[in-house]
Write a protein that binds this ligand. Structure first.
Ligand code: NAG
Ligand code: NAG
Ligand code: NAG
Ligand code: NAG
Ligand code: CA
Length: 300
């Protein structure tokens, strides 16, 4: 079903603007719920005009969201707590106190302007109930449909989680489907073979994969980000003819599967296991284990 819908579009892309122009014969009337845009493209015959559904440029969608945490009381600081560094249990200078502005780490700090030093971040309580799992759902809701135009990027202030799932909803949170699984060991955590976005092809670009790319290494290594790679998938879809995201969305409009894949009303980050940096959890110092996120980027 999926590949059957994909093929006509890929054919249209390879055939140049002829078949696309055919699909756009209503120009200059509006097409569906979009206005029609005219723009120049390069073909084998030289410059030509192409007509596509217009899309506004991608903007920072974190300005418009509502965030909900489950459990609701998982944010640190009530009561105040002192944390030790994951990489050094003797370095315990991370204090969280919800009643003191400079020491509080509320969820809003995942979406504020980042670029100051030190960073601002949300932080969870520590894993003091070990061995009961420390799990948090972070749900982002827009109450409207958002078409993603760039990678989703989460920046962790402490170690990146050992297990997490990114989920999406297209019906205002009624039903959820996974976008991507993340783990240090995909087979162990989710009984899935580890893959990377580089393993995907034009035929499999909508496959849901488990990746180990973002779970290796801890905070003292340089990379603190976890991504959902929208752009790599777009590039696979469009092949070498990717002019810009706006024209791509015009093409996506012709295939509901593809369009739905990149469209969301809600996102959910399921944090399932915090970074431990080792196979053994240090039960004598559980204040080393927690989640902290400094930034979330969603462009749409
Ligand atoms: C959060 O609330 C639940 C249920 O009310 C309670 O069992 C739990 O101990 C609370 N957690 C914290 C960290 O206060
Ligand atoms: C463990 O945590 C406490 C604070 O809860 C800290 O004082 C201590 O130095 C930490 N490290 C070790 C190895 O116990
Ligand atoms: C998170 O969401 C899942 C459903 O995806 C639910 O089963 C779970 O109870 C929620 N809460 C936590 C703390 O994991
Ligand atoms: C969602 O949007 C609808 C229509 O714009 C509005 O009536 C409703 O109150 C909104 N719901 C929330 C939770 O903001
Ligand atoms: Ca921040």
């Amino acid at each position: 079903m999926r590949s059957a819908m994909l093929l006509p579009v890929l054919f249209a892309l390879q055939a140049g603007c002829t078949s696309v122009a055919h699909a756009m014969q209503n120009y200059p009337a509006a097409w569906g719920h979009y206005d029609v845009c005219k723009f120049q493209i390069y073909t084998e015959e030289g410059l030509a005009w192409d007509y596509m559904a217009c899309q506004p440029e991608g903007t920072d969608m974190t300005k418009y969201l509502r965030v909900a945490l489950d459990p609701p009381n998982i944010t640190c600081g009530e009561p105040p707590e002192t944390y030790c560094a994951l990489e050094n249990p003797y370095m315990c200078n991370n204090e969280c106190d919800a009643a003191t502005e400079e020491l509080a780490h509320p969820p809003e700090l995942m979406f504020d302007f980042e670029g100051r030093n030190p960073t601002t971040f949300w932080q969870s309580t520590s894993w003091k109930k070990y061995p009961k799992p420390l799990q948090v759902n972070i749900t982002l809701s827009w109450n409207k449909t958002v078409e993603l135009t760039d990678d989703i990027v989460l920046t962790f202030e402490s170690g990146r989680p050992e297990q997490m799932v990114l989920e999406k909803s297209l019906d205002y949170g009624r039903t959820w489907t996974p976008y991507q699984f993340y783990a240090t060991d995909c087979l162990d955590a989710f009984t899935m073979e580890p893959k990377t976005v580089g393993d995907l092809t034009q035929r499999t670009l909508l496959d849901i994969i488990c990746t180990e790319d973002y779970s290796r290494g801890y905070v003292w290594k340089n990379d603190k980000t976890v991504r959902f790679e929208i752009k790599d998938r777009f590039a696979l879809f469009a092949g070498p003819r990717l002019h810009n995201m706006a024209s791509l969305y015009g093409q996506l409009d012709t295939t509901k599967n593809l369009r739905d894949f990149f469209t969301i009303t809600d996102l959910r980050i399921k944090l399932l296991k915090a970074a431990t940096g080792a196979t053994m959890v240090d039960e004598n110092n559980l204040s080393r284990y927690f989640y902290a996120i400094s930034d979330i980027k969603v462009q749409g």
